[in-house]
Design a protein around this ligand. Sequence first.
Ligand SMILES: Cc1cc2nc3c(=O)[nH]c(=O)nc-3n(C[C@H](O)[C@H](O)[C@H](O)COP(=O)(O)OP(=O)(O)OC[C@H]3O[C@@H](n4cnc5c(N)ncnc54)[C@H](O)[C@@H]3O)c2cc1C
Length: 479
Amino acid sequence: MPARTGEQFLKGLRGAREVWVGGDRVADVVDHPALTGAAHALAEVFDLQHRHADECLIDDPETGEKIAASHMIPRSRADLERRHKALRRVAEYSVGLMGRTPDYMNVTYAGFAGRPDEWGVNGNEEGAARLVAYQKFLARHDISLTHTIVHPTIDKARGDSPKAGDPHSLRKVADTEHGIVVRGARILATLAPFADEIAVYPAAPLPEGADDFAVSFCVPMSAPGLKFICRDSVSASSNRFDHPLSSRFDEQDAFVIFDDVEVPRDRVFIDRNLTTYNTVMKTSWPPNIQQQTMIRAATKLEFAWGVALRMAEAINAADPETQRMIGEIWTYAEFTRSAVLAAEAGARDWGMGFWACDQRPLHALRATLPLWFPRVNEIIRLIGSHNLFATPTAAQFADPSLRPLIDRYLPGAKDMPAEQRVRVFRLAWDYAGSALASRNEQYERFYLASSARNLARHLAFTDRTGADRLVDRFLNEPL
Ligand SMILES: Cc1cc2nc3c(=O)[nH]c(=O)nc-3n(C[C@H](O)[C@H](O)[C@H](O)COP(=O)(O)OP(=O)(O)OC[C@H]3O[C@@H](n4cnc5c(N)ncnc54)[C@H](O)[C@@H]3O)c2cc1C
């Protein structure tokens, strides 16, 4: 089956699943008021790949059918550049506000399948083979996949990973004739209501004796016992004038409970194998996935720069401080764009002919973007000031008694019509101040771990040889 259309994607979402939003056990995620905006936005992402097939689709190397380019296993720098175009196209659709469009997991699993040797360590060759087969299934059925990799935080003093006997974290509890049974929780699963399947794979390494927690697998959202508790919705009304972003881009985040879920054997990629679990994410995953995440981030920052420019123009804020702050956003956008290009320029074969980026620029971004994005929101709110709230709604514009007064008293500078001015400030507030904006800021602070954690671990991803050489010259001088 070739790449799906939006209609096919929505049809797939209407299947059975246990998703909770507020007090509702959602009967149909496509029609639920808190979910329908994002469901249809994601359908547009599926349609987009057909509209821009030249950029977004590639030939399946075995079947010849058209599949999404994000499923590509890159074999050269040119492949990465080709993938860049597709990832950028998807990122532009939500202006980077949806972090976990299905291309995120497509890229992740293409990377896993590109390095079966990493998954096959310590006698896990069969798990690796199952994963390679699963990735083909993913690509050929154009599956929308959510994922959850973090154990629930119950007592931080006990560390990031569960120890033997932990009653909360996801673990294997039994073998069955056809697979394994897993029990416990994980946090979070962004995109969950809009996924066909959920993936579980490693994050923080597990300690000795925690073998039961060393599992990796994928199951359909309809698997009995699988429950998703969504956070409060940040979707606003469906009116795109009033809420240009939060009417459609709330990708949701859910707490996941596996209440004795049976995973079929062909979907189990790690089965109580501590060594595989603790090593598999360490090599090619970061430089592979971060091409997707940083293209998205660059797109979002460029959009923020554009919004700030438009706000300043709407009120003719040409003062040096406003221009300085806008320039600050531009530097974040430009550094991010340049770092992605540098990472692609430094791409190499990471083993088995699998190509991924130079990870150093991407890791620098990973540690810094969680600080930049909140600052960007602050700048937009500072420039916008009270203007962010002088923003009549579509219904108020439509009122014949109000419209002439709004047009007369709320124009922008240089004869900008009131409607245009209001559109600019509504867009800015939805980006930087709305409930969606607040959720997105939290996402940027944490989605690839906190800045603090990434900075503290920077030596794991860098080569200090050059820095040492520069310093040693002075330390080794004769007395
Ligand atoms: C909106 C959102 C969506 C998400 N979506 C997903 C998803 O789809 N799938 C998924 O698996 N996970 C998801 N996550 C979870 C995400 O992966 C984790 O939140 C992330 O790994 C950070 O978790 P943490 O609490 O361990 O962060 P930490 O890095 O522990 O940070 C928490 C706090 O501790 C501080 N800190 C960190 N290290 C230290 C230290 N050594 N000493 C002192 N203080 C320290 C930090 O500064 C921060 O204040 C999502 C999270 C958010 C917020």
